[in-house]
Design a protein around this ligand. Structure first.
Ligand SMILES: [Zn+2]
Length: 107
């Protein structure tokens, strides 16, 4: 997956189209991500010892294909490129401005 936790992404389709949020969870095997405050659904919670009952809003996972990564430097929705350094580490870069997207390497 090209998107990792704490990336900023823009929602491309659905009710949150055009909004930008932070990735809080990724599910690489399902190609899904959870974006903070996006794709909310209302969940009815029964009262228990620990909490009151009622309606809580929770984020539902989104397919990666429904979002676009936003570059922290050029602020545009971008395609992710990869660069490999001399020691063989692979880095994600913005294809538009060539900024390193995170300090982390990806497999
Ligand atoms: Zn950029």
């Amino acid at each position: 997956m090209k998107i990792i936790k704490s990336d900023k992404v823009k929602i491309l389709i659905g009710k949150d189209k055009g909004r930008v949020g932070e990735v809080v969870r990724v599910f690489p095997k399902k190609d899904q991500i959870v974006v903070k405050g996006m794709n909310l659904f209302k969940k009815h919670v029964k009262p228990s010892q620990n909490q009151k009952g009622g309606i809580v809003e929770k984020e539902r996972p989104l397919l990666v294909s429904k979002v676009a990564l936003v570059c922290p430097n050029c602020q545009k929705t971008i395609r992710v490129g990869y660069e490999i350094d001399k020691s063989g580490h692979k880095y994600r870069v913005c294809k538009k401005c060539h900024t390193l997207l995170t300090g982390k390497t990806v497999k």
